[in-house]
Design a protein around this ligand. Structure first.
Ligand SMILES: *Cc1c(COP(=O)(O)O)cnc(C)c1O
Length: 244
């Protein structure tokens, strides 16, 4: 079982590297993040022991459950799920270094109010709904710049870039449009030169569409299924706001 995980990681890295080659990019420009929802800590451990360093959960409850089991192995934790404001306190106890799913001002302000008294900061990506599907979280593309300007005023939150979930479609060109849109918004934000806002990270691409994302400029791809296997829980459970 552990060998399968390691083989899968090697295969994914090869897919990333091939896509880089095709796009004339350097392999070192694209980080691999392991999306570990539903994956038991024991299996995540195998990936970390094999040299992976970047993992992310979608739910604070799962993050908490695995945190103790994994803390002895050096790694970086990101958060990529819908974050309810009443879970912020628990999340901040689990050594998360970046919240990739910042999608609304209310969440930003509540995070800020938790971080400020402890003189702490948090890296964030702004999650943009580039597919215009209702079931996907993220600020709408047309509201993104306004949200970034507001979040930039909260000095505890360090904006590092953008994240999106592309359209789940077998039509690569429709998926590509989502990634192009994210890149386009990134360029618009860079041109505005908003103080304190960095835009180097584009977190986009998953098991099924990572090549397209790399071709369109992803700096980080988030892979679950292609490394750990099929999940029994449908993604709608993780992507639906009403089932926190
Ligand atoms: C589950 C998940 C992924 C990984 O998806 P796979 O198709 O399993 O690779 C990436 N990003 C987010 C936000 C996810 O919830």
């Amino acid at each position: 079982m552990s060998e399968q995980i390691l083989q899968n990681i090697t295969a994914i890295r090869e897919r990333i590297n091939n896509a880089c080659k095709k796009a004339g990019r350097n392999e070192s420009e694209v980080k691999l993040l392991l999306a570990t929802k539903t994956v038991p800590a024991e299996r995540i451990k195998m990936a970390l022991q094999a040299g992976q360093t970047l993992i992310a959960e979608n739910k604070v409850q799962e993050l908490k459950e695995k945190y103790e089991a994994l803390r002895e192995i050096p790694h970086t934790n990101h958060f990529i799920g819908h974050l309810q404001t009443n879970k912020i306190k628990d999340l901040l106890r689990c050594n998360v270094s970046c919240i990739q799913s910042l999608n609304r001002l209310e969440l930003a302000e509540k995070l800020h109010h938790r971080l400020q008294p402890d003189n702490k900061t948090m890296e964030v990506l702004i999650q943009v709904n580039t597919s215009f599907e209702e079931s996907k979280f993220g600020v709408s593309p047309s509201d993104t710049i306004e949200l970034i300007k507001r979040v930039a005023q909260l000095e505890t939150l360090k904006i590092k870039g953008l994240m999106t979930i592309g359209l789940l479609s077998a039509e690569a060109e429709r998926v590509r449009k989502c990634f192009r849109l994210l890149k386009d918004i990134q360029q618009q934000v860079i041109a505005l030169k908003i103080p304190g806002v960095e835009m180097q990270e584009l977190s986009m691409g998953m098991s099924g569409d990572l090549e397209t994302a790399v071709e369109e400029g992803a700096t980080m791809v988030r892979v679950g299924t292609a490394i750990f296997g099929q999940r029994s829980t449908p993604d709608s459970y993780y992507w639906n706001e009403n089932k926190g």
